[in-house]
Design a binder for this molecule. Sequence first.
Ligand code: PXG
Length: 441
Amino acid sequence: MNEIAARPNNLDAFWMPFTANRAYKATPRLLARAEGMHYFTNDGRTVIDGTAGLWCVNAGHGRPEITEAIQKQAAVMDFAPTFQLGHPIAFQAAAKVAEHTPPGLDRIFFTNSGSESADTALKIALAYQRARGEGQRVRLIGRERGYHGVGFGGMSVGGIGGNRKQFGAQLPYVDHLPHTHSLEHNAFTRGEPAWGAHLADDLERMVALHGDTIAAVIVEPLAGSTGVLVPPKGYLARLRTLCDKHGILLIFDEVITGFGRLGTFFGAERVGVTPDILTMAKGLTNAAVPMGAVAVHDRIYRAVVDNAPDGIELFHGYTYSGHPLAAAAAIAAVDVHAREDLPARARAIEPYFEDAAHSLRDLPNVIDVRNMGLVAGIELQPRPGKPTDRAVRVFHRCFDDGVLIRTTGDIIALSPPLIVEKPHLDRIFETLGAAIRAEAA
Ligand code: PXG
């Protein structure tokens, strides 16, 4: 046994993802249990979940229907391949998801995460362009401040500098639209801001530059990870029009906006724009078992599959695509969403959530509040010479006062489970307000 493994109760072996490992391990915070709207810490404290875990536990923690479905499936069949074989529950899960995807997007490819969904969507877009005789279309367009996970594809089309610069090598043939964030024009907007639709026109500039070599554009309808960027009114519709005009596929990354987050089953419905390909993960299984999926328009599926010679049509897939436990969890989670109409529940409480978020606007250092669905971003003025310090301290204060929030840079993001009720919101925003005041200096 090596030295790390031999020490009891040590935190060293787990190299934690997207974490300041040294700082965390010096003062660890551990979650031990979760139920409904709450986490419980290992030292017995209750923490209200203002972030649905990592934007994923949309139906609330520990849903018995989902737990039981996973338990039952584990006892029936732990694993079965989906390469050249199948098992009923994977097909049922796909059909169930397709009941809720936008019109036409009813072919479902299973992955295990949002990152894999992004890379899968990009590869399907490239395969489609080849299949229809447009193999010169190899270019992928992302957006500044976009987040599409950490695979090479998603990282490359992603537009968060900090996630790229450590690695150097990126995919070639990638370009980025400008992001849509503007405090100057849109600070303190409720819902979709009025300014910014014209930023989609940058795609025309790219077509002028790159000609007919663009395969696809990928954007989050509402950008989450980068700090809650709400789409300007008309922006996504304009992207849709330009993509159609130039033979470019439009991919929506709905890893965050899917499963009721914007008050509709998928964000596409809320923004009134249908993409050609849509990625999802997180809320798909209520995060109880890892799973992602890519919903593809039937036209694209048919172009790739029907044009292929006999045999395998798409040389892509994961050992765990359609894993039985994940499929069971997905079916149960989608059923919970439908039965309890969680999107409608999110819509119903959105005005209260919006008012609560905007009640923070006059607190010290709050330079923007923005919101859509059950997502809010509160942007703080960074401490001079110490970016992120203020938000990180607000995060710690909230956690110690029993509220889990999320920060990125100096932006606080809130995305509670869709089962959230007014008293929970009161607690979340009171605690957050107090923490922001306490970090005024
Ligand atoms: N696309 C989008 C839009 C995402 O938000 C991914 C892809 C990648 O998913 P996976 O399952 O590979 O992590 C995401 C993930 C945060 C935070 O705090 C956001 C994500 C993950 C972790 C933290 O904002 N989004």
